[in-house]
Design a binder for this molecule. Structure first.
Ligand SMILES: [Mg+2]
Length: 348
């Protein structure tokens, strides 16, 4: 089949957090083919990414053939190379992710297979989830067996608050649960070592994003000092080229590419291969969303999918209709072709 058109839109979100996400949150990419398939993709980069997809990428894509995974991989390389002058990381790759995922969705529909089955005939069907957020009691009631808490360093007094929430989570979830911290680049090396000491008795599974993605050498040094706690990160890194830097610096035990930002399934597969060679684990960022989930189901990622339930009673934008939700802490992949979802037109 050939690509007839590629268009991207920025949804009318009502519930984005006030931050860069207000302006540069996720985009929806639509690919139409000459055989009647509509492929839907999800990328990042907001209105800036819309400009890249509808302008430069669309010019390159219309008229190209997509009949196999290797065709999608070739198209990825063409778009990556064409966007090098302004791309390589960040918004251009977030835009490329949306296109890559839309092509996977279209190919899955053409072959009447879920994306996971396109990748691997014997894909996993059911995956364990962890809940990211602060609402420990609610997540425990919902049946999760793992929680990742947000934490921000505000000085030594924030050690006590971290210990209190970690102890509360350990008590609510029990001795076999996984308890993690995502500190969103707010700690430094000294803070990480202090936290590691203060939290030893809670048995933390990983610390995430303790430094910035520009501090890979320091992360590598710190990683060895916090064992057996794992160092996790990678949601702000892009493509296999970026993860090669992570590998060279041995920065993380657990790599967390975001499949809607790092370059889609194509980049995700290359990153998983690289992780195998580096003997580290891959736990995709937001991995319980359909795009990460199909990769987890069909590759050597860990059986551990991130879901963000929010907090009890809060509103949210239900952008993707048909997306599976965790039940009792596990999520099942459906049998529909492609990623099995379509966008809620009310938000487009
Ligand atoms: Mg994170």
């Amino acid at each position: 089949m050939k690509i007839n058109s590629v268009t991207a839109v920025y949804p009318n979100y009502k519930h984005t957090a006030p931050s860069w996400r207000t302006h540069l949150w996720q985009i929806v990419v639509r690919v139409e083919t000459d055989t009647g398939q509509t492929g839907w993709g999800y990328g990042g980069g907001g209105k800036a990414a819309i400009e890249i997809v509808n302008g430069h990428f669309s010019e390159i894509l219309v008229g190209r053939s997509v009949n196999s995974l290797s065709d999608i991989s070739d198209i990825w390389d063409i778009l990556y190379t064409a966007s090098i002058p302004y791309g390589r990381k960040g918004i251009a790759i977030m835009a490329l992710s949306g296109v890559d995922l839309a092509l996977y969705d279209a190919l899955g529909k053409a072959e009447v297979k879920p994306v996971a089955k396109l990748l691997d005939q014997s894909n996993k069907k059911r995956m364990r989830c962890y809940a990211t957020g602060p609402d420990t009691n609610w997540y425990a009631e919902l049946g999760y067996t793992a929680q990742k808490m947000p934490h921000r360093w505000t000085g030594d007094e924030s050690i006590g608050s971290a210990v209190a929430v970690a102890e509360k989570t350990r008590a609510a979830f029990g001795p076999n649960a996984e308890v993690m911290f995502d500190v969103y680049m707010s700690w430094d090396s000294e803070a990480t070592l202090k936290m590691n000491d203060a939290l030893k008795h809670v048995d933390i599974h990983w610390f995430e994003d303790v430094l910035t993605p520009d501090d890979l050498r320091d992360l590598g040094n710190l990683r060895r000092k916090i064992r057996p706690v794992n160092m996790a990160g990678g949601e702000h890194e892009f493509t296999a080229h970026g993860f090669a830097d992570i590998a060279r610096n041995q920065a993380y035990d657990i790599w967390q590419p975001d499949i809607t930002w790092c370059g889609g399934i194509t980049a995700g597969l290359r990153i998983v291969e690289m992780a195998k060679a580096a003997k580290v684990e891959v736990v995709p960022h937001r991995g319980a969303e359909p795009w990460g989930l199909h990769l987890i189901a069909a590759s050597d990622c860990e059986d551990f999918a991130e879901f963000l339930p929010g907090v009890r009673g809060a509103g949210r934008d239900d952008l993707w209709l048909g997306a599976p939700e965790p039940v009792n802490g596990y999520i099942e992949i459906g049998g529909e072709p492609g990623f099995g979802v379509k966008p809620n037109e009310d938000l487009l």
